[in-house]
Write a protein that binds this ligand. Structure first.
Ligand code: NAG
Length: 303
C-alpha cells in the first residue's frame, strides 16, 4: 500500500497519463480486492521512493498474436531508437498525448516527433488528449486545437481518445463536467473523427455520476490495475471488463501503470487486433494540381 502513499508526492502527476492518486470507494463491491486509501496528508520522511520496476517482457508467442496486441502510452520526448526498441520487444502501437493540460492547455508538438518515429519503426499510433476543464478553451476548442495542429502538420488523424480520469482535476459541478465531455465528443464527431474515452469504472462514476445517455459508438479504453509497477498489473486481457456508463464492451485495457520499458516510464495496454488498421501512409491527389501528398494515418484501433 505504500505505493499509493508515494504517488501523492510525485509532483509531475499531471504529466503521467493516468496515475490514480486514490482509489475511490466501491459502492458495488466489484473491486473489493483493492485496499482502502491512506490519508493523503500523511508524510513519512523515512519513506524511500522505490525504483520504477521493469515491465515484464511480452512472451514471444504473444508478440505476433492474431488476436491481440500490446501498446504503451507516451507523453514525453522520444527518439527513433526508443520506438525501434518497443517494436523489437513486441509492442504494436503507441498512444501519444497531443494535448497537455498545463495552464490553458496546449498542443504538445512532441506528438509529431513520436508519431513519425513510431511510423518509421513500424508501430501504429493513436492520439489521446488530457483535457483541462479549467481552461478558458471550451471542450470543443480543445479538440479542435489538436485536430488543426495534427492536420496542419500532415497527420491524417482518424480518431481521438479523451482522458477522463483523476476526479480531483474536475472540480466543477457534475452537469458542467458532462457538458464539457459532451462538447468534446460532439466536436470530434463533427470533424469526422471516431472518439474514445479513457477512464475507469470509478473515474466515470466519480466524474460523471455514471452518465450513460450518449451513444455507445464512443469507444472505451479502461484502466484496471491493483497498484503502480509491475507488481500491480492485472491480466493483459479484457476479460475483467464489466459494463458501466454506456459501454457494453471495451476496446482497449490498460493493465499496467508506471513501469519501465526501453528506459521509458510508461503505462501498458492491450487491445484486440482484429479491429486495428495499422497506421499507414495514405496517398491522394489534391484537386487539379495532381499533387501527390503523403500523410501518416493515425488512429484505427476499434474501427
Ligand atoms: C481545476 O481547478 C481546481 C480548483 O482550483 C483544481 O482542484 C483542479 O485540479 C484543476 N484541474 C486541472 C485539470 O487543473
Amino acid at each position: 500500500m505504500k505505493h499509493y502513499l508515494m504517488l501523492i508526492f510525485i509532483p509531475s502527476l499531471l504529466a503521467l497519463p493516468t496515475v490514480p492518486t486514490a482509489q475511490p470507494s466501491d459502492p458495488l463491491g466489484l473491486w473489493n480486492h483493492i485496499q482502502p486509501v491512506l490519508s493523503d496528508q500523511v508524510i513519512d520522511p523515512d519513506y524511500n521512493i522505490p525504483e520504477v520496476q521493469d515491465a515484464p517482457e511480452i512472451p514471444f508467442d504473444e508478440r505476433d498474436s492474431p488476436t491481440h496486441a500490446y501498446s504503451v502510452d507516451i507523453a514525453f520526448h522520444t527518439t527513433p531508437s526508443d520506438m525501434e526498441c518497443l517494436r523489437e520487444k513486441g509492442y504494436h502501437s503507441v498512444f501519444v498525448r497531443a494535448l497537455n493540460p498545463i495552464g490553458n492547455t496546449y498542443f504538445d508538438s512532441e506528438v509529431l516527433n513520436t508519431i513519425n518515429n513510431a511510423y518509421e519503426a513500424g508501430l501504429g499510433s493513436e492520439v489521446y488528449i488530457t483535457p483541462n476543464i479549467n481552461s478558458t478553451r471550451s471542450g470543443a476548442d480543445q479538440i479542435s486545437l489538436v485536430y488543426q495542429n495534427l492536420r496542419g502538420n500532415g497527420i491524417n488523424v482518424r480518431s481521438i481518445w479523451i482522458q477522463v480520469t483523476s476526479p480531483s482535476n474536475w472540480e466543477v459541478p457534475m452537469a458542467v463536467r458532462i457538458n464539457f465531455i459532451q462538447d468534446m465528443i460532439q466536436r470530434a464527431k463533427d470533424l469526422g473523427l471516431s472518439v474514445g474515452i479513457y477512464t475507469s469504472f470509478y473515474d466515470w462514476l466519480e466524474i460523471t455520476g455514471g452518465w450513460n445517455t450518449f451513444s455507445s459508438d464512443v469507444f472505451l479504453w479502461y484502466w484496471h490495475v491493483l497498484g503502480v509497477g509491475a507488481d500491480g498489473e492485472t491480466n493483459p486481457t479484457l476479460e475483467d471488463f464489466r459494463p458501466f456508463g454506456p459501454w457494453r464492451q471495451a476496446t482497449v485495457k490498460q493493465f499496467g501503470q508506471v513501469e519501465k520499458v526501453c528506459g521509458m516510464i510508461v503505462n501498458r495496454n492491450v487491445y484486440a487486433t482484429r479491429t486495428q488498421l495499422k497506421s499507414q501512409i495514405v496517398h491522394f491527389s489534391n484537386g487539379n494540381k495532381k499533387e501527390e501528398k503523403t500523410q501518416i494515418r493515425v488512429g484505427g484501433i476499434g474501427f
